[in-house]
Every structure is written in structure tokens, then in C-alpha cells.
Design a protein around this ligand. Structure first.
Ligand code: NAD
Length: 471
């Protein structure tokens, strides 16, 4: 895989031929990795297509057994994968361990689906009608850098379980864990070329996957701007495309909520992973009558978040992924803007302090655009209708939270907010066994959950006549 060495750090990696992986906490070079060309992608598609035919012909129990073994091998390497994720992505060790464990769980869950991927029998006259769920063929998974391990596995595990081959293109800045997982797949006995990882530049290797006619489906997770290009190019080939895109999710706090609990939970709902989370609750909407009290409670909670070395077990928030991401986040926050500020280390590394802005115009850039950093705004609202209006005043529709003790209100607001993943009196939104995906500009299609495997199949309808041959 990669060859760790210690050359001088570079902030604009030469993506055409190789990718340089930096430790975001120190700016040291962790590794350099060759970048795939369009030809490399085409070669990989050819190999994958052959491997897929053999894979789909295996008995379901054998495919399931191999995927369970893959999960077991990943389980034996959780700590190694987690440490690698800390190094290349700056994730806190606790988060990285959870993420590596999530890969194992996704594989286990998908393995359980292989023998349950059943079609239907539909009543018809004169015969029998059945549906067959057939694999698509070769699936391309294009992953972002913010959750390199889990998001790669969201697409890969169910696609393999449904009988497909997978080519995964990780993000430029975070190829190392994906490469290691591909090695573990071979160690577990998965056939060669069934699951290939091709690190490379998005506009080169990513675009080549999208444009290759031998790739039946693209599972894309990333920015809305690139997702739209992927959809446009993929649709020219009538390719199946799933898009998991950006978010600007509301955290709605009603006056009847447990305000202490809401204020205690709010910081990590937008600071987890340094805010580089598509589900980050970055618009904190607070009913006006409890606005000041909420801020009084929120300030110490934000200020006490431990920001620093991500490999330290006590750290709650690490650095941003790159210098360009740091500059992007800085561009949203004026140094003298009113609000709450936490602490962040000085010196090397891509650090930005936890930040909550108050008194913000709801139409301001920071209140409308996805910052993808540890920055939230607090906006007051008057009543339930006003809260729903503000929550929906965004082009995105990925996640959201509703804090209230009134069950009727919780249900009304859950139905009224146009987003794919909501939680009440909680900020949890992603479980591998429940569906996940966005409304509006946050995406198309759903991943995870009970239907995850079906999304990697074509439905074929077969009618079998029971009439005897014409006399
Ligand atoms: P990005 O769109 O820049 O890159 C995502 C992936 O697409 C990378 O692998 C990149 O190399 C590739 N890519 C870039 N240009 C391409 C092209 N022309 N053709 C094909 N592939 C190309 O996004 P990012 O900055 O890596 O990730 C952050 C974004 O991802 C945020 O907007 C975030 O909200 C979103 N995200 C969404 C979800 C979700 O499930 N909805 C989850 C995580 C992240």
C-alpha cells in the first residue's frame, strides 16, 4: 500500500500522479500514494466485471460466509484502522474506533441480507409471476474525506452482498484506510478484483468511473456541486446514481423542552468531527422566551469542549482536514462577530475553535451555506409555525433535531420539516440498519437500512405460463 516517509509537507498535493497524505494535526506527510489514471479505472472495470460474474454465481451461503469472514478480519484490525484514520483524517481516537467498528457492522448486516434478498410472487391468471432481484454488475463508490471508513462501507457492503463488484474511489486526502480495508478483504478470502480501491483525483479517476459504460451504478457522497455533475454525466448513460450531499441542519429547541439537556447536547451536535459532518446541527433555532437562558447554558458547554491532539483519549474535537478547509471555514467568521468561542491549539495543524454566532441575519452566508467546520448560528423563533418556516428555509434537507416535551408537537414538527433524518430529544441520525438520505439539495436515493441491498439490484419480472401447449 502506501510508503510512509518524511519529506517536506505540501499543501497542494500534485494530484495528477500521486496523492500526498498529511496528518491534519501536525501537517507532517504520512504517506504518498499513486493516483489512478482514467486508463487505470478502465482496466479495473474490466477486471471487476469478470470477478462479478463469478461472485454472483456463488451459492448465497458462500457469499454470506465470505462477507462475515471479511467482517471478522476487520474486527481484528479495529485499532490499526482507527489509528490510521486518526493520522490521515485527524479524527478523535474514540470516533475513529467507532468508525472502524461501523465497517465491521455494515459487513455483518449486509452478510445477513444475502440469503434474505427475496423477490415476490404476484397473482396472475394462467401462470405464475415472480420477480428476480439481480445484481447490477460493477458499482462505483465515490467517497468524501469526512468519514472515509464508514461512508466507503455504506455503499460497498450492500453492493457486494447483492452480488456486485465494487470499485471504490476514496477522497484525495484520505486514501489510506480504504486501501487497508481492500487488503483485509483479500486476507478474508474475497475473490481478487471483486473489491478494488483506486485512489485518485476526483476530476480524473472519479470522473472516469462516472463516465465508464461498464459501471452500472455510482454511489456518490460529497458536495452538492460535484454531485450535480456526477448526476448529469451519469444520466447521459442512464446510469443508476445515488447522491448523499451537503446539509445545513436545524436543531429546534422549544420552550417546553428540557433546556438543560438541549444545551448540554447542542455542542457536539455540530462540533463532532470538527463540524465536518453532513448532519451537523449548525442552525440552532431557539424559542425566543428561552433564548437567553439557553445561551447562558450553552456558553460553558461550548467553552469546555476539549480540542487538541486527536490521538489523546480525552480529546473531543480534532483539527480540520486541510489548509484549504481551514481557510474556507475562516471566511465565514469575522473575528469580532458576537457569540461564543471555544479554545483551539496554536501552531502547526489545521485548527479552528468551536464557534457559535449570535445576532446573525437568517439570510447571512454563515446561516445559509454549509460551512463544514465547527461553526453554528443561533436564531430565535416565536412559535411552532415560525420554527417550521425557519427550519425549512434552506436548500438542504438532510437532518434535524426537535427538542420538546410535547409528543404531539414532536410528531407535527417531524412531519413538517423537509429532511430525511430527524431525531427528537436526541441528535442521533445514522444507524446502519435504518434508512439514511436527503430531501431537496441534500441528495437522491437512500442508503443503509432494511432496503440497502435492494438498491443494488435490478428487478426482473418473469411470467411462466401454466397453460399446456396449444392443441
Ligand atoms: P467533494 O464533492 O469535493 O468530493 C467528494 C468525492 O468526489 C471525492 O472522492 C472527490 O475526489 C470526488 N470528486 C471530485 N470531483 C469529481 C468529479 N468531477 N467526478 C467524480 N468525482 C469527483 O466533497 P468533499 O469535500 O470531499 O466532502 C464534503 C462534502 O460531502 C460536504 O458537502 C458534505 O456535506 C458531504 N457529505 C455528505 C454526506 C451524506 O451522506 N449526505 C456524508 C458525508 C459528507
Amino acid at each position: 500500500m502506501s510508503h510512509p516517509h518524511t519529506s517536506h509537507p505540501q499543501t497542494s498535493p500534485p494530484y495528477d500522479h500521486e496523492l500526498q497524505v498529511l496528518d491534519p494535526a501536525t501537517e507532517e506527510v504520512v504517506a504518498t500514494v499513486p493516483a489512478a489514471s482514467a486508463q487505470d479505472v478502465a482496466d479495473a472495470v474490466g477486471r471487476a466485471a469478470k470477478a462479478q460474474v463469478r461472485w454472483a454465481a456463488l451459492a448465497p451461503a458462500d457469499r454470506a460466509r465470505l462477507l462475515r469472514r471479511f467482517a471478522a478480519v476487520v474486527d481484528g484490525h479495529i485499532e490499526e484502522l482507527a489509528r490510521l484514520e486518526v493520522r490521515e483524517a485527524g479524527h478523535t481516537l474514540g470516533n475513529a474506533r467507532w468508525e472502524a467498528g461501523n465497517v465491521r457492522d455494515l459487513l455483518d448486516y449486509a452478510a445477513g441480507g444475502v440469503e434474505r434478498l427475496t423477490g415476490r410472487q404476484i397473482p396472475v391468471a394462467g401462470g405464475l409471476d415472480i420477480t428476480l432481484l439481480e445484481p447490477l454488475g460493477v458499482v462505483g463508490v465515490i467517497a468524501p474525506w469526512n468519514f472515509p471508513l464508514p461512508i466507503a462501507a455504506w455503499g460497498t457492503a450492500p453492493a457486494l452482498a447483492a452480488g456486485n463488484a465494487v470499485i471504490l474511489k476514496p477522497a484525495e486526502t484520505t486514501p489510506l484506510t480504504a486501501l487497508r480495508v481492500a487488503e483485509l478483504a483479500l486476507e478474508a478470502g474475497l475473490p481478487e478484483h471483486l473489491f478494488q480501491v483506486l485512489p485518485g483525483a476526483g476530476p480524473v479517476a472519479g470522473a472516469a468511473l462516472v463516465e465508464h459504460p461498464g459501471v452500472a451504478k455510482i454511489v456518490f457522497t460529497g458536495s452538492t456541486a460535484v454531485g450535480k455533475q456526477v448526476l448529469a454525466k451519469g444520466s447521459a448513460l442512464l446510469k443508476r446514481v445515488t447522491l448523499e450531499l451537503g446539509g445545513k441542519s436545524p436543531n429546534i429547541v422549544f420552550a417546553d423542552a428540557d433546556i438543560e439537556a438541549a444545551a448540554a447536547a447542542a455542542p457536539m451536535s455540530f462540533l463532532d468531527n470538527s463540524g465536518q459532518d453532513c448532519c451537523a446541527r449548525t442552525r440552532i433555532l431557539v424559542q425566543r422566551s428561552v433564548h437567553d437562558r439557553f445561551l447562558e447554558l450553552l456558553a460553558p458547554a461550548v467553552e469546555s469542549v476539549v480540542v487538541g491532539d486527536p490521538s489523546d483519549e480525552r480529546t473531543q474535537m480534532g483539527p480540520l482536514i486541510s489548509r484549504s478547509q481551514l481557510e474556507r471555514v475562516r471566511s465565514y467568521v469575522d473575528a469580532d462577530a458576537p457569540g461564543i468561542r471555544g479554545k483551539a491549539p496554536e501552531g502547526p495543524g489545521f485548527w479552528f475553535p468551536p464557534t457559535v454566532l449570535t445576532g446573525v441575519d437568517p439570510d447571512a452566508r454563515v446561516a445559509v451555506e454549509e460551512v463544514f467546520g465547527p461553526v453554528a448560528v443561533v436564531l430565535p423563533f416565536d412559535d411552532e409555525a415560525d420554527a417550521i418556516r425557519l427550519a425549512n428555509a434552506t436548500d438542504y434537507g438532510l437532518s434535524g433535531s426537535i427538542w420538546t416535551r410535547d409528543i404531539g408537537r414532536a410528531l407535527r414538527v417531524s412531519q413538517a420539516v423537509r429532511a430525511g433524518n430527524l431525531s427528537v430529544n436526541s441528535h442521533s441520525s445514522v444507524r446502519y440498519w435504518t434508512p439514511f438520505g436527503g430531501f431537496k439539495q441534500s441528495g437522491i436515493g437512500r442508503e443503509l437500512g432494511p432496503d440497502a441491498l435492494t438498491a443494488f439490484t435490478e428487478t426482473k419480472n418473469v411470467f411462466i405460463s401454466t397453460e399446456g401447449p396449444a392443441q
